[in-house]
Design a protein around this ligand. Structure first.
Ligand SMILES: Nc1ncnc2c1ncn2[C@@H]1O[C@H](COP(=O)(O)OP(=O)(O)OP(=O)(O)O)[C@@H](O)[C@H]1O
Length: 514
């Protein structure tokens, strides 16, 4: 049995470089030594710490000797868990105990880690674990943890793998499962760049909503409030703080490996990071997030008009078809969407690239105003509008992505511009790029554009959506303008595509009333 000096206030003795202990409130540490932690508990803990990638921060905090740090790094390269190595090295020094580790986690705000070893420290210290999960970094725990990973293994979210509603195909899912997993591993590697502190920062700058409020808002997630189902989970309508909202319940999938869940976590993080800071009429508002309940949730403004995709496929709605959008509505939606993308590209010094512009990600409010949602794949682009940068991974929905991105990983604002061009053509022709008839999605996209181009240059009789009355007068002029702009946006050479500024100007000529 070791002795441990500690104060009765916040735990003080985690700076274990030398195992220094507080001089006040000397008490006996009755906890077990780190090296005696039961194997399953230690494994669970290491899995969690590895997923946060915090071993180096822990090592630095306790001022581990550089040689020891190098030793851990070496083991990591050989495939060992760096957190486990850290526990071995630091746990072996001065016989550090579970209590010491608990105190270290407290200092570093690793609250879930505290929970994982709480059974090994005296109950009186449990009060140092915050009651609700304080930051979204907690979400980045391993898939073995039941609460947020207990959903059914349904298919996908934007562009990472197949969508359950077949509304998209992913770049990474286009080949074999093996290919998918190796691609996903690469993506997982790239998660390391987030870092726990960045995640915490984003979570702190967003509104954290108590889960119970969402339970009340949705009548305990009553099926009658369900709006739909996406790659991440169910979306519910709710009444919260005197307004209608949409609540996305994250159902991170648990698979043999943790990769899918981690990718979804990364996308949720990205969504929170960007959507919670952007305020613009044509960008979906994200009110906050909740992580202290059964499942993490994101809370958005309610878009009662549904997605543009569902409105363009109005004739497929069950139990009865929707009312189709008029030509004027289609034009206003196109202009609003263009403004939203223009804002993303120009609001900051570094353009923000949405990366997944398509009708499913354009939502309509009760007045038919379009708002762009689904920022899970958004990323900061090159410093200027005309520049290109090479990226490691291609994300998005293949059919909507331009050749230079798909083939050479060249990212620029031109990616969104190309996608928007496809959207314009879909909106006004009523023909969908994904339904164009061939397996190869890249060829699909090019053939789709070529077909529309040749019809545009020749006989336009069958060019416009023939499920509704043919456009005449102003409607015909607008529809023609929109398809023309769409064709320019989908130029194979990105330099030939107009900027979103130009796109907005060209569309505004025909519709200046909002
Ligand atoms: N803010 C919102 N207001 C109203 N309905 C919404 C809102 N957000 C999503 N929905 C609806 O909920 C359903 C699921 O949306 P979600 O964004 O989760 O999935 P998705 O975009 O279809 O797929 P993925 O997540 O794979 O991109 C869709 O039918 C969508 O129209």
């Amino acid at each position: 049995m070791k002795t441990c000096m500690m104060s009765t206030g916040p735990i003080e003795n985690s700076n274990g470089a030398s195992g220094t202990r507080s001089r006040s409130g000397r008490e006996r540490d009755t906890s077990i030594l780190i090296r005696n932690l039961p194997v399953p508990d230690r494994q669970r803990l290491c899995q969690h710490l590895d997923s946060l990638d915090v071993w180096l921060q822990l090592a630095q905090f306790v001022k581990l000797h550089p040689e020891d740090v190098e030793k851990i790094r070496h083991k990591m390269r050989l495939g060992f868990s760096p957190s486990d190595e850290f526990l071995t090295v630091w746990g072996g020094q001065y016989d550090h105990s579970a209590y010491n580790l608990f105190a270290l986690f407290q200092k570093m705000s690793l609250h879930h880690a505290m929970r994982l070893i709480m059974d090994h420290v005296d109950e009186k210290y449990h009060k140092y674990i915050p009651k609700s999960m304080p930051t979204i970094s907690e979400l980045r725990r391993p898939a073995t943890n039941s609460k947020i990973n207990n959903g059914p293994p349904f298919a996908s979210s934007s562009g990472v793998s197949n969508s359950n509603n077949n509304s998209m195909t992913s770049v990474s899912n286009s080949s074999t499962q093996q290919g998918l997993e190796s691609k996903q591993s690469e993506i997982l590697d790239s998660m390391a760049d987030i870092g726990a502190s960045a995640v915490q920062h984003v979570a702190k700058s967003s509104l954290e909503i108590d889960y119970q409020e969402l339970v009340c808002a949705t009548n305990n997630f009553s099926p009658s409030n369900k709006l739909g189902h996406g790659g991440f989970g169910d979306v519910y309508k709710g009444y919260w703080k005197q307004i209608n909202v949409a609540i996305k319940v994250m159902n991170y999938r648990q698979k043999n490996n943790q990769v899918n869940g981690q990718i979804e976590l990364r996308q949720s993080y990205t969504e929170l990071k960007y959507l919670s800071t952007i305020r613009y009429d044509n960008i979906l508002a994200l009110y906050g997030f909740s992580i202290n309940g059964d499942k993490p949730c994101l809370v958005y403004e309610l878009m009662i008009g549904g997605s543009l995709e569902s409105r363009l496929k109005w004739y497929r709605a069950k139990p009865q078809p929707l009312i189709p959008l008029t030509w004027a509505e289609r034009f206003r939606i196109s202009l609003g969407t263009a403004k939203g993308i223009y804002f993303l590209h120009t609001a900051r010094t570094t353009p923000l690239i949405h990366g997944d512009i398509k009708p499913a990600n354009i939502l309509l409010d009760k007045c038919g105003l379009p708002k762009i949602g689904d920022f899970g794949l958004a990323r900061e682009g090159p410093k200027s509008l005309n520049a290109t940068m090479k990226v490691k991974h291609v994300f998005g929905t293949r059919f909507y992505l331009p050749p230079e991105f798909l083939e050479s990983n060249k990212l620029s604002t031109g990616v969104d511009i190309y996608s928007f061009g496809i959207v314009l053509m879909e909106v006004f022709t009523g023909r969908f790029v994904m339904e164009h008839g061939i397996e190869n999605s890249q060829k699909n996209s090019l053939m789709y554009v070529n077909e529309i181009r040749s019809q545009f240059q020749g006989n336009r009789l069958h060019l416009f959506d023939n499920r509704i009355t043919a456009p005449v007068g102003d409607d015909l002029e607008r529809a023609t303008c929109a398809i023309n702009v769409g064709l320019q946006c989908t130029a194979t050479n990105p330099q030939e595509r107009p900027s979103m500024d130009e796109v907005v100007k060209r569309l505004k000529v025909y519709c200046d009333d909002f």
